[in-house]
Design a protein around this ligand. Structure first.
Ligand code: GCU
Length: 674
């Protein structure tokens, strides 16, 4: 989306040239250098002319980029009101009559706002928006807009489908790959301001001096783009790399070890963000190994980071094979008693749904229920359960659905977006995290359209209220072509792609019926794993009578974890939105759906609909051939063929398996498996 295509419309191009004819920049700081570099790269490409830069404001200046405090004194009153309304990372782009001339200004409280403003101006140009009367006042609504890389030190990426990890630990710290810089540019252009470099299943080695030197080199690149570096911290690190015998958070030696580690890191990286921690989850070590709890563990690390302004992001992705409670209930049960007990610099990071990044889940019941603890949203951008990088699935549609959901925890209107951006409970730290889908692939993300998921995540982390439709529209125009005849149908294709994957993988509330380990293809029949809570049969509970997981009052009662209004809705089979039906209800095969179909037919028809939607996606892409390059066309076309084959595979495998229980024929509309 930073392609900077030439603008062929000369009227538009001339008007942009007038504005960017003479650009005044006053400082040589890293941020200023980077925004100047971006303009020098972009403007000649967009406008086919050379850009003139000046030191400080002069009579010739047409575009002035400076922090508010450095603006010419006579100019300040014209901007004062706007500047008062933006936050520390916000910016203003304004066209103003000044000294009998028209001047465009990009200003902000801090330099980083200027960077965001510059990218916004370039975005507007790429979108062919009029700039003559531009008046933009914008601030991010969430403080930490963060990528979580699940990258290992050997450069493999857990659940990564776009090549290897970008971080070339072997060549660091000396060798700064251009890709680190391009990565930072791409992130800054959409407002991402934090990155966790390493996997949540952490290797403690990254905290040793040899690696910290390399982390420092990356932090030095990212700083000039407003991006702070975080690391995952393995809870048992004091034992593994510190020669201690315990990692007990109440042990004073352990506390000292973490305090010293924090101080060592901050000496190298003064703006280090902090630690992301996966503790007592899926076999990872944690405070419970020592009879302590999440608060003991998180607060101990928070105390170590506190003097330096660092944060602990403590994950709530916990469930245990020793607990026979419904897995969907365990995190809430475990964390609710600790609400309000964490230190101020702790945030608890919660996945969007209570199981694990399924194509569709109801929202995680912790959202809104913990009222005194800041909760971070954890989305997954990498498509672990959504066809990896082979399937085209536009995730902002999923993110939007979650963010717009009303938890009713503080009455009607208690949406997840309001919980995450802090406006509902006024929490001090706000975070949205996305598990990255970026790797060494030539196009960064494996599937060309998976870039839209990175882009869209960033846009929603900046403003969780914008629509997925707007995101798709912008991304297509920036990335491929601004012609409406291309954008409109391809946008529709993107917007239906998420429902398509739900239909051909997990319709009507089915979930976690993926084959073992890789989570790619179907495996609803799997029933022999070491942990029962990893077996797909646990999740669909199919028998000759029917299908679905009873999580209502007659079953696991997971519904009790939601606010009363939501409980009532989910418990009532006639009130629950049908997309969550089998998540919460076990129903007979001949149960009548709202459209009159029996459940068995309804499931089968949904699987078919998913396949048909992919067929339509292929038609749409075929019709777009003339708007993209041959290579771009072929690349996506081949991937869509894989998607079709696999949608059919999902349909056939799941229906043939479920049919051994339902013993009912497939409805006519459904293609018969070959
Ligand atoms: C999923 C994923 C794991 C990951 C885990 C987590 O279960 O399959 O690879 O480690 O989530 O979020 O911690």
């Amino acid at each position: 989306w930073l392609k900077y295509n030439l603008i062929e419309n000369s009227e538009l191009s001339d008007s942009y040239s007038k504005i960017t004819n003479s650009i005044s920049i006053s400082s040589e700081s890293e941020v200023f250098k980077n925004l100047k570099k971006e303009l020098s790269l972009a403007l000649p490409k967009i406008l086919n002319n050379k850009t003139k830069f000046q030191n400080g404001f002069t009579n010739e200046t047409t575009l002035l980029i400076d922090t508010f405090k450095n603006l010419p004194t006579d100019l300040k009153p014209k901007i004062q009101k706007s500047i008062d309304s933006v936050n520390e990372e916000g910016f203003i782009i304004k066209s103003i009559a000044f000294n009998n001339k028209q001047l465009t200004i990009i200003t902000a409280k801090k330099e980083v706002g200027l960077l965001y403003g510059t990218f916004k101006l370039l975005e507007f140009m790429q979108l062919h928006k009029p700039l003559t009367d531009i008046d933009v006042v914008d601030s991010p609504k969430i403080q930490l807009r963060m990528l979580n890389h699940w990258d290992n030190l050997d450069r493999s990426v857990e659940r990564g489908y776009a090549g290897f990890s970008l971080w070339n630990w072997q060549k660091l710290p000396e060798h700064i790959d251009q890709r680190y810089i391009d990565y930072a540019r791409a992130n800054a252009s959409i407002g991402i301001n934090a990155t966790v470099l390493t996997n949540v299943n952490a290797n403690a080695l990254v905290l040793t001096p040899m690696y910290l030197e390399k982390v420092e080199a990356l932090a030095n690149v990212f700083r000039g783009y407003g991006i702070k570096v975080y690391l995952t911290a393995r809870f048992s690190a004091p034992i593994e790399i510190g020669n201690l015998e315990t990692a007990d958070p109440l042990d004073s030696e352990v506390q000292k070890w973490w305090a010293n580690k924090a101080s060592e890191i901050y000496k190298r990286i003064p703006d280090f963000g902090g630690f992301l921690v996966k503790a007592n989850s899926e076999g990872q070590p944690g405070p419970q190994n020592y009879g302590r709890n999440h608060v003991d563990g998180a607060n101990m690390m928070a105390t170590a980071l506190e003097p330096f302004g660092g944060n602990v992001i403590w994950r709530a992705f916990v469930y245990s094979e020793h607990d026979d409670t419904d897995r969907a209930k365990q995190a809430y049960d475990e964390f609710l008693p600790y609400d309000g007990k964490f230190k101020d610099n702790v945030v608890v990071q919660v996945k969007n749904g209570p199981i694990d990044f399924q194509p569709r889940e109801p929202f995680h019941p912790m959202f809104g229920a913990l009222k005194k603890t800041p909760l971070a949203m954890e989305f997954q951008i990498t498509q672990e359960y959504l066809g990896f990088s082979s399937h085209l699935v536009f995730l902002p549609k999923l993110f939007e659905e979650v963010l717009d959901t009303d938890t009713y925890q503080k009455g009607k209107g208690s949406t997840i977006a309001k919980i995450i951006d802090g406006s509902l409970y006024r929490n001090k730290i706000t975070v949205m995290a996305g598990v990255s889908n970026i790797g060494t692939d030539i196009n960064w993300t494996g599937h060309p359209f998976a870039q839209a998921n990175w882009y869209g995540f960033g846009r929603l982390a900046w403003d969780p209220y914008i629509s997925s439709e707007q995101i798709a529209d912008e991304w297509l125009r920036l990335t491929y072509n601004t012609d409406d005849a291309f954008v409109e149908p391809v946008k529709r294709m993107m917007l239906t792609s998420r429902e398509a994957v739900v239909n051909y993988m997990n319709p009507i509330g089915l979930h976690h019926i993926f084959d073992t380990g890789h989570h790619y293809g179907p495996g609803p029949w799997v029933d022999n794993l070491g942990r029962p809570d990893w077996n797909p049969v646990y999740y669909h509970q199919t028998d000759t009578e029917g299908i679905g997981f009873d999580r209502t009052t007659s079953g696991s009662n997971a519904t009790e974890q939601y606010a009363p209004h939501v409980q009532d809705m989910y418990n009532d089979v006639t009130a629950i939105p049908e997309e969550y039906l089998l998540w919460f209800h076990h129903l007979p095969w001949n149960y009548k759906l709202k459209n009159g179909e029996i459940l068995w037919d309804g499931i089968a028809i949904k699987y078919q609909e998913g396949v048909d939607q992919v067929k339509t996606m292929i038609k749409t892409w075929d019709a777009s051939k003339s708007y993209v390059s041959e290579q771009e066309y072929n690349d996506v076309k081949m991937l869509l063929q894989i998607q079709l084959k696999e949608a059919q595979w999902w349909r056939d495998a799941c229906l043939l398996y479920f049919q051994t229980f339902s013993k009912l024929p497939l409805p006519d509309k459904v293609e018969k498996p070959t």
